[in-house]
Each structure stands twice: as C-alpha cells, then as structure tokens.
Design a protein around this ligand. Structure first.
Ligand code: 13P
Length: 340
C-alpha cells in the first residue's frame, strides 16, 4: 500500500459514526498522579495490570475506534503473552502512540511552555510502527493569564506541532494535532475563545507551511470554556455554540474529524458538551472525543488497585464510552447517567 492509501485507511478506521478515541497515554508522572488519587503505587506491573484491564473491556470497540498508548504500554504483554497493541486490534481498535516528550519552559517567554520531542522522531516512529502503532499524538499546551500565551509561544508551538505532523505523515502514521489551551485560572469564556482562535489559526498556518495533508490528520483541541476558577459557569449549549464558532473560523473543512480532549472537565460535563455540539447544525467535520480523564475517572475510582474490582472497572469504562458514543449523535441526556 502506498503511504497516502495507508494514511487514508487509518483515517477511515478512526473516524466512524458513534465512535471516538480513548486517550490512555498518560506519561509516567501523570499516571502516578492518577494512581496516587486512588491509593495505588505506580509500578510498571500496576500500570500493565490497569491498562490490560481497560483494554480487555468487553465490546469496547462498539464506541472506541482508537486508543492512544504510552511508549511503555506498546512494549507490554498480557499474562498470556499477548501484546497490548494486539489486544486493541482484537477489538477492532486502532492502536496509536503519544510521541511528544513533554514540555519545558520557553526561554524569553515567562509563563509559557514549549513541547519537545522532534529530535530522533523519524526513527522512533519507524520503531513504533513496527510495534503496531498506526497513529500518533503530540500535545502543545498554552496557559492563560494576563500576559500569556505570548505571540512567541503561539508561533513556536505551532511550528513544532506542524513539524511533528509532517514527519508522521512521511512515515505513514496519522498525526493527531493537539493544541490545548488550559482550563486553569479564572479567565472568562470570551478570553478562552480569543486565545483559542489565535492558537488554532496559527496551528493551521504552520500546518500549511509544512504541507501537512489536512485530510490525513485529526485535530484534538480544547473546548471553549471559562477557566476552572471562574465562578461563572457556561451551559453545554453555550460551550457548544462558542466552540463551533471558533472552530469554523479556524479549521478547514478538509480536516475529517475534531476529537476533543476533556482537559479537566468532569465526565458528565465532557459528554454533555459534546452532545450539545452534535445537536447544532451539521458541520464540515465530525465532532468526536479523545478523552483521557473523562473516560477513565470512573474506571479508576472503581478499581482502587484491587483485582476483584475488574468487572466494575470495565462496566464503568464501557458506560462512559457508550454515553459519549450516544453524544456523537446528539442523543444523550442526563437521565442516561443513572439508567444502566
Ligand atoms: P484529557 O481528556 O484527560 O484532557 O486527556 C486527553 C489527552 O490525551 C491529553 O493529552
């Protein structure tokens, strides 16, 4: 298969009605934080056990088309010696891989950060592909305060994101392009909209400069929401209208699907917001999910490190995936939270 056909086949497998992506690619420090919250030590064995458990959730593939893994997971096996990436394929779920190497402070831009990981990326991608990964993810973050993000941060992060995407496509790996304007702080919804518009706009200009094929990538943005510490909350409808407005201004119609991150929203709010977007007029792209916390939080709470809870974990994950699958059609309602 030539590279363009290969990329298109992966897009077709990832972008399906009623389905979205599970982000299970927490880096070592992040998974340690999640485990600590439920009193579990973050050892390699515990991480393997947990991830085996979620990936063997019966029928997860009904609502999940792809899963983003962390490098360590790609090399791990079940107790029966099955590769975890092969477990995904058994459920018709495409395995992907987080390839950025986290963030550093950006020199001469106080309060801003830059994502690293371009050095050696081509070689790493070849290895990941051999291990079964067919798509990748790279996350840029933008902090909102009075002076950030600076123009320098917006431009520098867009540049690395586009370079990453171009390297991925050259290797036949579909890039997920993730610019995340963080929810931290007390900023207004309008300020989130203003910053996100500038960020997404710059990202697509950089993608164009690097000749990234828009049909063969996915966008994973934040939703337009007020800062977490802002007492004024926004309804799902308000979030949906503002988010779609900013995306329509900045994201070309050639992009097949927009898969939101949950970014600290509760599972219920993340589902309700996605649902509200899918109740608006039809858009040029699919509106879907690529949630980490909003899919896994109830599962982690159900687990608490005890193997006896395996079934509860899988039921919790399946239920969240199902509700988000319903939200893909705009047919979710709050009553479904208790009816299962
Ligand atoms: P959250 O949905 O928890 O924000 O995670 C998504 C993700 O992959 C962040 O990079």
């Amino acid at each position: 298969m030539n590279i363009q056909d290969e990329l298109q086949a992966t897009i077709d497998a990832l972008v399906q009605k009623g389905k979205g992506i599970l982000a299970a690619d927490e880096s070592s420090p992040t998974i340690a934080k999640r485990f600590q919250a439920i009193g579990v030590e973050s050892t390699e064995e515990n991480r393997r056990t947990y991830r085996c458990m979620i990936l063997t959730t019966p029928d997860l593939g009904e609502f999940i088309s792809g899963v983003i893994l962390f490098e360590e997971t790609l090399g791990q096996h079940t107790d029966d010696g099955i590769k975890l990436s092969a477990l995904c394929l058994q459920q018709d779920i495409v395995p992907g891989i987080k390839v950025d190497k986290g963030k550093l402070s950006l020199p001469n831009a106080p309060g801003d950060e830059i994502t690293q990981g371009l050095d050696g990326l081509e070689l790493r991608l070849k290895g990941y592909k051999q291990q079964g990964a067919r798509f990748a993810k790279w996350r840029d973050v933008y902090n909102i305060n009075e002076t950030t993000p600076s123009l320098l941060a917006v431009q520098a992060n867009a540049e690395v994101l586009a370079r990453y995407a171009a390297v991925c496509q050259a290797q036949g790996i579909v890039p997920i392009v993730e610019p995340e304007v963080l929810i931290n702080g007390d900023h207004s919804l309008a300020r989130c909209a203003e910053v996100s518009e500038a960020v997404f706009n710059e990202v697509f200009h950089a993608l164009h400069r690097h000749q990234v094929v828009l049909e063969h990538m996915l966008l994973k943005p934040n939703m337009i929401v007020p800062g977490k510490l802002n007492p004024q909350k926004a309804s799902p409808h308000e979030v949906a209208v503002q988010t779609v407005k900013i995306l329509r201004r900045t994201v070309p119609a050639a992009v097949p699907s927009i898969n939101f991150l949950s970014g600290g929203l509760t599972p219920e709010v993340a589902t309700a917001n996605l649902n509200a977007m899918n109740q608006l007029d039809p858009q040029p792209w699919e509106l879907s999910f690529s949630y980490g916390r909003a899919l896994q939080e109830p599962a982690l709470q159900a687990w608490k490190g005890d193997a006896a809870n395996t079934q509860k974990v899988q039921v919790a994950l399946y239920q969240r995936a199902r509700l988000n699958g319903i939200a893909r059609y705009g047919k979710y309602n709050e009553a479904m939270e208790s009816n299962h």
